[in-house]
Design a protein around this ligand. Structure first.
Ligand code: FE2
Ligand code: FE2
Length: 150
């Protein structure tokens, strides 16, 4: 049970770093008058996602495990690759929504697993991060509604 918690923490740690990588690339790549708000929002979220990775890494250490390095890295966010067309902001918004949905699912699972493992500190961490991910989703749902499509 405790092993399942550390395994999921390691997965969450890698997902956060993949999110940082893709939000960073997309925040640099996008062009166009309507892209600015989305780029600024991505820049803010990069710092939050990095903060999540740091919190999770520290929790792993407290559990006598350790955060993985890049050799164990496996890429999953195919929906969030920077678009060929740098004005295709909609594809980035949709990619972000899918990454945030994945993160929400991961942290909901972590809340349940940690509860079953009688690990209230990890459970509390998962609830805190879950709230941030839901806020990110709300922000990008807003962009999704407002963004002009032609
Ligand atoms: Fe995150
Ligand atoms: Fe997020």
């Amino acid at each position: 049970m405790a092993d399942e918690v550390t395994d999921l923490l390691k997965k969450a740690y890698q997902d956060e770093l993949e999110t940082v990588m893709n939000y960073l690339s997309n925040s640099i790549v996008l062009d166009g008058v309507h892209a600015e708000e989305v780029k600024e929002s991505l820049q803010e979220d990069i710092q939050e996602e990095l903060g999540h990775a740091e919190m999770i890494g520290n929790r792993l250490k407290q559990l006598d495990a350790h955060p993985p390095g890049s050799a164990e890295f496996e890429a999953n966010q195919m929906d969030l690759q920077p678009p060929e067309d740098s004005t295709d902001v909609v594809s980035v918004i949709e990619g972000v929504l899918s990454a945030e949905e994945d993160a929400i699912e991961t942290y909901r699972n972590l809340v349940h697993l940690a509860e079953e493992a009688d690990d209230p500190v990890t459970e509390d961490l998962a609830v805190t991060i879950l709230a941030d991910e839901e806020a990110h989703r709300t922000e990008f749902r807003g962009f999704n509604k407002e963004y002009p499509r032609d």
